[in-house]
Design a binder for this molecule. Structure first.
Ligand SMILES: [Zn+2]
Length: 94
């Protein structure tokens, strides 16, 4: 069961601030300028678990990275692949 807690909301914010609102993979910066004032469009960036929780990653800042939607999509498919492999290994192993 996945519940988005207050802790996760804070963690997400901390991740984006630590990475200066930039995608750590491609350097995409989600910056929009409105009437001379710079805003970060937080909807274009996601806080991603480097090691997915499913693969015993932790819900802490050190396991978080800022990704743009494009890089996140790519990483997600890699994660899904690893998770599937992990489940297969678990089934077959020992
Ligand atoms: Zn990116």
């Amino acid at each position: 069961m996945v519940i988005r807690t207050h802790k996760q909301t804070i963690l997400r914010k901390k991740t984006l601030i630590r990475d200066s609102f930039k995608c750590v993979k491609c350097g995409y910066e989600s910056l929009i300028e409105k009437s001379g004032i710079r805003h970060y469009d937080k909807f274009e960036l996601v806080a991603d678990h480097i090691i997915p929780l499913t693969l015993s990653g932790i819900d802490e800042l050190e396991n978080m990275q800022t990704l743009c939607l494009k890089c996140n999509k790519e990483k997600n498919s890699k994660d899904q692949h690893n998770i599937a492999k992990f489940k297969r290994d678990k089934k077959n192993g020992s």
